[in-house]
Design a binder for this molecule. Sequence first.
Ligand SMILES: [Zn+2]
Ligand SMILES: [Zn+2]
Ligand SMILES: [Zn+2]
Length: 129
Amino acid sequence: MSSTGGQSQLVCSGCRNLLMYPVGASSVCCAVCNAVTAVPPPGTEMARLVCGGCHTLLMYIRGATSVQCSCCHTVNLAFEANQVAHVNCGSCRMLLMYQYGARSVKCAVCSFVTSVEGSTSTTDLKFNS
Ligand SMILES: [Zn+2]
Ligand SMILES: [Zn+2]
Ligand SMILES: [Zn+2]
């Protein structure tokens, strides 16, 4: 789905600004720092995550397993958009699955909306059963 009207985005390799460029361009010159950033080949899907260290928006090629932040050098684990995580329903404790990046999950059983915000870091892989 590309409903952006022929525009795409990437992060400047120099100053980390988010740049817009027309689809089909092979490189983008940053208006801020004049760095030329190569555009990933067509079909390369970019994904985004927020750095767990400094909360800068990072872009990476989908499929990568980790992304190092150019600002604070934190290595962030990259989860594919279709990867799922688990959370227990805040009401009935039913184990729910949700996509990484989701902010809340609605329980199919009791319809309670459980917030899953705040775990963009590499922690929270504890399973207490
Ligand atoms: Zn720049
Ligand atoms: Zn960072
Ligand atoms: Zn529930």
